[in-house]
Write a protein that binds this ligand. Structure first.
Ligand SMILES: [Fe+2]
Length: 192
């Protein structure tokens, strides 16, 4: 997948332009990304078509990374029905946006004392819709591809390299939660 993808380059440039400062304006970044995704809809679908038919499971593709100010841009492929565990983002700010298909995003709030989580919201993202979170140790979410048949594609922007994070799982009915460290894996690079 070595060819350069013009629409992805436009998305990367928007993410880099707005991804500055400790608390970037994620609402504006989302609006600009959404506008670009609708504008480049046909060529994005064409460029990313192979990611929807690989049949290799959940995959994370790196689009671009910058160290100062720190930012990473990824595309993820979600098999039909695929759901993540509840997970955090190592305190980084982040934005995710549906490129193809639809995603459900459950937002959770983690009480840092005792690792107790409670669900605080649920959103549905169709193509061009975004969900974002500020740099915060408390925010966690669980995402699911709503389609039973089709692979969904999403764009992700984080305020750094999300190499490690925690997943959360309720321990029986005790009201306690177990946090497990995880390492992110990158399938490959998409050249933007
Ligand atoms: Fe996430």
């Amino acid at each position: 997948m070595a060819k350069h993808m013009q629409p992805l380059k436009a998305l990367r440039e928007i993410a880099f332009d707005y991804g500055v400062g400790e608390h970037p304006d994620l609402a504006t970044m989302a609006r600009e990304l959404s506008r670009a995704i609708l504008q480049h809809k046909t060529s994005l679908q064409h460029d990313l078509a192979s990611l929807r038919t690989r049949g290799k499971g959940f995959e994370r593709w790196l689009v671009a990374q910058r160290s100062k100010p720190a930012i990473s841009v990824l595309v993820m492929a979600w098999p039909a029905n695929y759901a993540t565990p509840i997970h955090d983002h190592a305190g980084l700010w982040g934005l995710e946006l549906a490129l193809h298909g639809a995603l459900e995003v459950e937002s959770w709030d983690r009480d840092p004392h005792g690792n107790i989580l409670r669900q605080v919201g649920r959103d549905w993202l169709g193509p061009g819709d975004a969900s974002w979170f500020d740099a915060d140790d408390r925010y966690a979410h669980r995402c699911r591809n709503l389609s039973r048949h089709e692979t969904a594609l999403t764009l992700h922007v984080y305020g750094g390299d999300l190499a490690q994070y925690l997943t959360y799982e309720e321990a029986g009915s005790t009201g306690q939660w177990l946090a497990r460290p995880q390492l992110s894996t990158i399938t490959g690079q998409l050249y933007a």
